[in-house]
Design a protein around this ligand. Structure first.
Ligand SMILES: [Ca+2]
Ligand SMILES: [Ca+2]
Ligand SMILES: [Ca+2]
Ligand SMILES: [Ca+2]
Length: 499
């Protein structure tokens, strides 16, 4: 029977206050203040589910109605409404009571258990016991061995039986489990009928509540071959939930990773994380607005594996053909589900480590000085952070002989003459290949600044001879002059002297 709710509320508040006071003192005294989860205590008063009485050695139904409220429940309230049992012989009499509340789903921990009773007999009794069991009646432990008096005096007695049994929430709460049972057994002393009256025969439990937490996915022990993983868990409570936190040891240390503020009494949380291959354990902690927090009963394990090879999506090389001594740049596009570790280029029997440019692009600039004209194969290799190898990709490129425009001048030294110099330059392709020629005569001053450009010829498709005339600006009448000839990326230059 539930006690008057108002009184229960007051007692609950008083216990909370005392609890907070004790906590404050403990924290003040402690040199090192660690995290102390706020826990609210709850009281549970007898919710008798079943009652049987023993009359002259035979078990039979009780007088009251169980479960029900007082006074139909005759055992839960100190109200003078009593159960009775009797014996007319030397056979035993007594009472057997089972006590639980299946609708309370959020008991987290039993804090205290008291057994309260008030009984009396109409005459002398002997060999009296009250036992308690946390196994639905099995393995009872005697907590009372004193026979009742013949009046109600001294009133309700409560015995602290917290340490008598290893009480669990299931003994008193939830849909199923081994239940708490109390049993009285008495015998008459002398002759005649002995009737025993029981006004109170009940457990009184103080317990802590917490949300119920369930881990949903990835399933315990899962091995997943992808980096983006959603951890899903559910919490429910009889008061609103405040937040849920994902905990795991991904960094090597068990720690909170992310907390989500939530509302309502039932919440399914999703935490999506990008992980590297690893073995982790994880759990979710839900907290109610009453400050009570709870993890799922057991951590789950997860193995993140990478057994998928990286992909070399494309390779390129430029310029191709490349002239001897010039650079050729190799580019590879490589992707992986977790991460590309190394991309290598093999040219002419030597491996070169390519350089990461973007998340998927790797390059290497290779100088062809060591290569004779000809066609060469190259191969790109890649592996990921778990050591999986990509299928190599092969390409080729051609090295051609260097084309250096050769500059001929008609004189070794030029004389300044009225600030005008006549010059004659010839440019030849050594292989007599068609080339796009851009011939410039660029005069550089002492600080390497261009002072004049003229006589540009392009696209004649072959070798040629170019003649030009240029004036020399004031202040630059003498010194070394550089003439440059360019053909694509190939260039030649020559220095002439003006005196
Ligand atoms: Ca009473
Ligand atoms: Ca009563
Ligand atoms: Ca991979
Ligand atoms: Ca090529």
């Amino acid at each position: 029977m539930l006690k008057n709710m108002e009184n229960e509320e007051k007692e609950k508040e008083e216990k909370i206050k005392n609890n907070k006071r004790a906590l404050l003192i403990a924290l003040t005294l402690a040199l090192i203040i660690t995290t102390v989860a706020a826990q609210t205590l709850y009281n549970f008063y007898d919710s008798t589910q079943a009652c049987r009485r023993q009359n002259t050695g035979t078990w039979t139904n009780c007088l009251g109605i169980y479960p029900s409220a007082c006074p139909n429940d005759r055992l839960g309230c100190n109200d003078g409404t009593v159960e009775t049992s009797s014996t007319t012989t030397s056979a035993a009499t007594g009472l057997n009571m089972t006590d639980f509340n299946s609708s309370e789903l959020y008991c987290d921990q039993i804090t205290y258990v008291f057994f309260c009773y008030e009984w009396w007999a109409n005459g002398a009794t002997t060999t009296c016991t009250i036992t308690v069991s946390n196994e639905s009646g099995a393995n009872p432990t005697a907590i009372v061995a004193t026979c009742p008096g013949t009046t109600a005096n001294p009133g309700v007695q409560c015995i602290n039986v917290t340490a008598t049994k290893g009480w669990t929430c299931e003994n008193f709460f939830g849909p199923s489990g081994q239940r708490a049972v109390a049993t009285a057994t008495l015998y008459r002393s002398g002759g005649g009928t002995r009737t025993i009256s029981y006004d109170v025969f009940a457990f009184n439990i103080t317990y802590k509540k917490a949300p119920k937490v369930t881990l949903i996915s990835p399933a315990n022990g899962a091995a997943l071959n992808y980096p983006n993983i959603t951890f899903q868990c559910n919490g429910h409570y009889n008061v609103n939930l405040a937040n849920v936190t994902l905990f795991y040891n991904y960094s090597g240390i068990w720690a909170a990773n992310e907390t989500i503020s939530i509302t309502g009494t039932n919440y399914t949380a999703n935490f999506t994380k990008t992980l590297n291959p690893t073995n982790i354990i994880w759990n979710c902690q839900f907290c109610g607005v009453d400050g009570n927090c709870k993890f799922a009963p057991a951590n789950w394990t997860l193995t993140v594996i990478d057994n998928t090879s990286p992909m070399i999506n494309s390779v390129s090389d430029y310029p191709d053909p490349v002239q001897t001594g010039q650079n050729i740049t190799f580019v590879a596009n490589v992707t992986d589900d977790f991460g590309v570790s190394v991309v290598q280029l093999e040219v002419n029997g030597t491996n070169y480590t390519m350089i990461k440019n973007t998340s998927t692009t790797w390059y290497y600039v290779y100088n062809t000085s060591g290569l004779s004209p000809g066609t060469y194969n190259y191969t790109i290799y890649a592996n990921d952070t778990s050591g999986n190898n990509a299928t190599p990709i092969t390409g080729n490129f051609t090295v051609i002989q260097t084309l250096t425009p050769t500059i001929y001048t008609d004189k070794a030294t030029y004389k300044n003459c009225s600030n005008t110099i006549y010059y004659k330059i010839s440019v030849f392709d050594l292989n007599d290949q068609p080339i796009d020629t851009a011939l410039t005569n660029t005069i550089l001053d002492a600080v390497n600044a261009t002072v004049m450009t003229e006589n540009v010829n392009t696209g004649n498709g072959g070798t040629g001879v170019y003649l030009g005339v240029f004036p020399i600006p004031g202040g630059y009448q003498s010194g070394n002059w550089i003439i440059k000839a360019m053909s694509g990326s190939v260039k030649g230059q020559k220095t002439i002297n003006v005196s």
